[in-house]
Design a binder for this molecule. Structure first.
Ligand SMILES: [Zn+2]
Ligand SMILES: [Zn+2]
Length: 341
């Protein structure tokens, strides 16, 4: 099969490699669509801590089952599935506590195991989820980032009528803003430095989308979410949490980034600071939400599709922030299918 292989940080090529064979409880999926995101930039550049090379990237994958292992009971050839890429060891203290997104040996398909930027990929049977009937295949890969966004919202106290301020209107910020808006927020405001992204935020969910929160005639918000990972944005956001409110760190910041907080204010104002990591029990719910069709603007979120041999162009599109969700189509689904130009 054809696959993108990262040989070492910064070096990748389209190669012909051996077709994967299913283990006893694994299925082989023909990859029709695979999302590309900021995490893939880290994987390619060698900034994703647990990655070992060579590696086939791609952790937002959907397609059709073409082979099943001898002990697979839940699936048959021809089923359309999307994969939860998370790997957990099941044995460490965190896994045994049911906190499997915090596994000591955290990894995943396209992160530490060969992923979906290939014609075929191995998926454990319990990590495959059925694509609902009628859902365009291109939407299904949104289940992975949406599952991460749901994990973030699961961390928050849920009070209808709360105000939200979201930093960042990339894929994740747009998903978080849509979930907050549809979940009973009194208002959702979004901060992003890019004009086009602000327009996306306004169209999908935001009451206001601004380059700086200073432009908004409002002192503080009940919930402030960072979906940028940029220290300056995080520091700004921490200062805009209302007394008794909550800050959620969702964006991935550089390992050595640091932000100053005021302990006096944390105590006096009873500010809660939370983090969110990956997916925990949210993948099926993400698919259910996508299947409704009117909660998440999936049809407008997939803006770019590239053939597998244009993987470098897909990465460049992510890096430039030109679109929202970027995909590769390893099985040669023609561009333009599923309403994508
Ligand atoms: Zn991703
Ligand atoms: Zn574990």
């Amino acid at each position: 099969m054809k696959a993108i292989v990262i040989d070492r940080p910064g070096e990748f090529a389209l190669r012909t490699v051996a077709d994967p064979r299913p283990g006893p409880r694994e299925v082989i999926v023909r990859v029709d669509h695979c999302g590309v995101c900021g995490t893939d930039l880290h994987v390619v550049e060698g900034n994703f801590a647990s990655t070992r090379y060579p590696l086939v990237p791609g952790h937002e994958l959907a397609g059709e089952i073409v082979a099943v292992g001898p002990e697979v009971s839940a699936w048959k050839v021809g089923d359309r599935v999307v994969a939860d890429p998370s790997f957990q060891c099941g044995l460490c203290r965190q896994c045994r506590l049911g906190q499997d997104n915090l596994c000591d040996h955290f990894g995943g398909t396209g992160l530490t195991l060969d992923g979906g930027c290939a014609e075929f990929v191995r998926v454990a049977q319990d990590k495959a989820f059925r694509v609902p009937d009628g859902m365009p295949a291109a939407w299904a890969t949104l289940a992975e980032p949406l599952a991460c966004a749901l994990r973030g919202l699961d961390r928050l106290p849920r009070h209808a009528g709360s105000s939200y301020l979201v930093y960042g209107a990339g894929t994740m910020g747009l998903l978080l803003a849509q979930l907050a808006a549809r979940g009973g927020a009194s208002r959702v405001d979004v901060v992003d430095v890019h004009e086009r992204r602000r327009a996306d935020a306004k169209r999908f969910a935001a009451d206001a989308a601004v380059a700086s929160a200073d432009e908004l005639d409002r002192g503080a918000w009940d919930v402030v979410i960072d979906a940028t990972g940029v220290p300056a944005a995080i520091a700004d956001g921490l200062g805009r949490v209302v007394r008794g409110g909550t800050f959620l760190q969702f964006g991935v910041a550089p390992q050595d980034a640091a932000v100053t907080v005021s302990p006096a204010r944390l105590a006096a104002d009873e500010i809660t600071i939370l983090g969110s990591m990956g997916i925990r029990g949210t993948f099926g719910r993400a698919l259910d939400l996508l299947a409704r069709g009117d909660v998440i603007a999936a049809d407008e979120m997939v803006t770019h599709q590239f053939p597998l041999d244009a993987y470098a162009d897909a990465l460049a599109a992510v890096r430039s922030g030109a679109g929202i969700k970027v995909q590769v189509t390893p099985s040669g689904v023609p561009a333009g299918k599923d309403g994508v130009a």
